[in-house]
Design a protein around this ligand. Sequence first.
Ligand code: SAM
Length: 216
Amino acid sequence: MTETDTYKDKGARKLLVKELREKGIQDEQVLQAILKVPRHHFIHKDFRWHAYQDKAFPIGEGQTISQPYTVAYQTQLLHIEPNDKILEIGTGSGYQAAILMEMGAKLFSIERQEKLYLKTKKLLTKLGYTGTFILGDGSEGHKEGAPYDKIIVTAGAPKIPTSLLEQLKIGGILIIPVGDNKEQVMHTLIKKMDGSIENIALEKFRFVPLIGNQAW
Ligand code: SAM
């Protein structure tokens, strides 16, 4: 990993943002965060010069850093407001976490793989991001920080975990990909004033599986 952020990197981020706009990402706040966060710090040095391609890459432990389009798509759906308390399930490389914190979120992020948790916590701290990083099964949420304004799941779930809906505030939003091991549909769930849930199904994606008590 390199600690530098060169003109070449900054230029590549501008081109990535242009590409994401062309693919339909419109939220300026999200695009500004992508422009700022040095994605090359979050991937293995072997992929250093591919960091600003709109692609997922391996991050070890059989896991991946999500494609920038996917990160932008999910983040856009969260409609982040400054100081929103957000729970991210699947810290992985920490890139999505950095985007959320760059946008002013008060972040709780949970990862089940100890090696990734330790490595990413160290990296995010070194880069100056101050969130709460947790090792555990995020399919059950994280009761200690609840209730949350927003919850984002960055792995594919077989169903919507009820504990995540319970840990959402009234008016809160849960973004989660749901499906089988080949393909998942992105869902936005909104907790209404009367506690009922509005569930909107959106585009199809392909994620690594969410593994846990309320998952695979
Ligand atoms: N947000 C990540 C990023 O920016 O790199 C995406 C990482 S990857 C697509 C999904 C991550 O979810 C993996 O690191 C995986 O270990 C983690 N994961 C899977 N099931 C989990 C669970 N029940 N609780 C917490 N993390 C989980």
